[in-house]
Design a protein around this ligand. Sequence first.
Ligand SMILES: Nc1ncnc2c1ncn2[C@@H]1O[C@H](COP(=O)(O)OP(=O)(O)OP(=O)(O)O)[C@@H](O)[C@H]1O
Length: 313
Amino acid sequence: MSNKECLLEVKNLRVEFGKGKQKFVAVNDVSFNIYKGETFGLVGESGSGKTTIGRAIIRINPAASGDIIYNGQKISGKIDKELDSQVTRKIQMIFQDPMASLNERAKVDYIVSEGLYNLKNYGSEEGRKKKVEQALLDVGLLPEFASRFPHEFSGGQRQRIGIARVLVMEPELVIADEPISALDVSIRAQVINLLSDLQKKKGLTYLFIAHDLSVVRFISDRIAVIYKGNIVELAESEKLFANPLHPYTKSLLSAIPTPNPNVERNKIIEVYEPKKSHFDYDSNRPKWVEIEPEHYILANDRELEGYKKIMGR
Ligand SMILES: Nc1ncnc2c1ncn2[C@@H]1O[C@H](COP(=O)(O)OP(=O)(O)OP(=O)(O)O)[C@@H](O)[C@H]1O
């Protein structure tokens, strides 16, 4: 990206659930930036903490420590009302399952307007209706659909409704949490294309969450790989694919299916099993290091030496 203006900074974010002996660290010391206008992919297996990070950014999950900075202003912890309503509007999240995330008893008009209603002073009723119409058009649905109920729509159309309810807020940063995982394979590309078109048209910035590297590869400018609450590697997409360093990134890459059955049959998937001590807080605990420009890795001193050798330095 030529023009690198930072929209979101996540600094040493830690999110915990439970207390005392039950305490569980879902996100551990995670740091990354998202630049204006880019698509930032966040990839990792189920339970790795992806959604928790998204929910921390929209301030549903409180940060146990660390900061979240949006457009230069700290938005984690206690913030004033004005900033709160600003970011509530500007940062929006699209959810995975369009079947579960839409209120069945409400009409599309209400569903798409919900965020506006929460803002209280959303303007005139006529203005609201116009916004809903425009949002439906933007996602390729007819304005008449506003008077229908979610069950009248297919999975793909429902996800479009989910996108419309985000667009109506005129967001800057959209967190798309596995937006196509629950959809039929045949319509996934349509939804991805819609998201790309909307990004161009409206200058949106995306945090795109997925468990599958192949999904984020072509739409992401940069990708972060997360394992058990720790981001282990972050790089520009093509760099990550061309030169993955961390063994977990390698194992994710090796798991991507190829269209060639002969290759598939003989393929060895590298399973990542970190040494028990790796993420412990021992003396040689891994650090988050920029190993080359825009390429970060979580490694302890010894591993770092190894990676540098691989890179011919
Ligand atoms: N409200 C909560 N209370 C307790 N534990 C939670 C809560 N929310 C998430 N967790 C735990 O935190 C970990 C990370 O969950 P998270 O949903 O962020 O993972 P994920 O990478 O998004 O996975 P998935 O793809 O399955 O959604 C999981 O072990 C999960 O069980």
